[in-house]
Design a protein around this ligand. Structure first.
Ligand code: NDP
Length: 245
């Protein structure tokens, strides 16, 4: 695991948006950030899952979260702008955004990639990340130190047979992260990416249905890097893709 000792309350007074907060790694990150003192904004596709995470955070006695039901597949630039302006009005600033939601699409031989799958994966994993980042940056700039975190993958800097559009999309994600990191190098905003590594989630099970799930770390176990990048301890880290395990 990434070697970072988590300090209690290290995210106190921070407002943090997590996309894909209803399940898997995003859910673990949202709950972890809340436990460390942050007010979390839970964005995801399925309202019932977001409500369950909301309840879990309230039952832990943490700051009350906010819920934003949004499907990244159909959302427009205006949806993201409205969301960012609402965050600025309600919280005064945004200290961090974990862009975690993504879709796997279909694993298939390269010559059999469906155009529709390509379009969907690129829309959710690349275009939506660009639009959401464009909209959030002005609100992130209201914070003293702000952290924008993208989510890559092992196939985001080394292509792998049959991983098609998902792999292309993660290369693009790392490229986008580096462009933003370079543009905002001398500002309050740092931009990095996480490669979670094989983690016990629904997406992983879809990609590797036959593997022994118990041999994989849980989302909770890979949180040290997610906390490091969101906390002020990483204010001098910019433009990096770091491995959570
Ligand atoms: P899961 O599929 O378990 O969870 C993904 C989350 O993203 C879900 O909450 C899902 O919402 C949400 N989501 C998916 N599509 C959309 C959409 N169109 N709009 C809004 N929300 C959406 O994935 P993981 O937790 O495994 O993955 C999290 C991130 O980590 C991803 O970016 C993935 O690529 C990356 N990753 C994961 C690895 C692993 O081994 N698990 C390895 C390498 C990278 P809902 O539940 O409502 O559908």
């Amino acid at each position: 695991m990434y070697n970072h000792k988590i300090k209690a309350d290290c995210l106190k007074n921070k407002t943090i948006l997590v996309t894909g907060a209803g399940a898997g790694i995003g859910k673990a990150a949202a709950v972890t950030y809340a436990k460390l003192g942050a007010t979390v904004i839970l964005l995801g596709k399925t309202v019932s899952k977001l409500e369950a995470v909301y309840d879990e955070i309230i039952n832990l006695g943490c700051e009350e979260p906010a819920i934003i039901p949004l499907d990244l597949k159909g959302a427009t630039r205006q949806n993201y702008v409205d969301m960012s302006e609402t965050i600025a009005q309600q919280f005064g600033k945004l200290d961090g955004a974990l862009l975690n939601a993504s879709m796997l699409g279909e694993l298939s031989p390269f010559t059999q990639i469906h155009e529709q799958i390509f379009d969907d994966v690129m829309n959710v994993n690349v275009k939506a990340q660009m639009l959401i980042s464009q909209a959030l940056i002005p609100t992130l700039q209201l914070a003293e130190h702000a952290s924008l975190i993208f989510t890559s993958s092992g196939v985001g800097n080394k292509g792998r047979a049959y991983w098609g559009p998902y792999s292309f999309s993660k290369f693009a994600t790392e490229g986008m992260m580096e462009v933003i990191a370079d543009e905002y190098e001398n500002s309050n905003l740092r931009t990095n990416a996480v490669n979670p590594g094989a983690t016990r989630t629904a997406m992983r099970s879809t990609a590797y249905p036959a593997e022994d799930k118990d041999a994989l770390p849980t989302p909770e176990e890979i949180m040290p890097l997610y906390v490091y990048l969101m906390s002020d301890e990483s204010i001098n880290t910019n433009g990096k893709t770091l491995k959570a395990q």
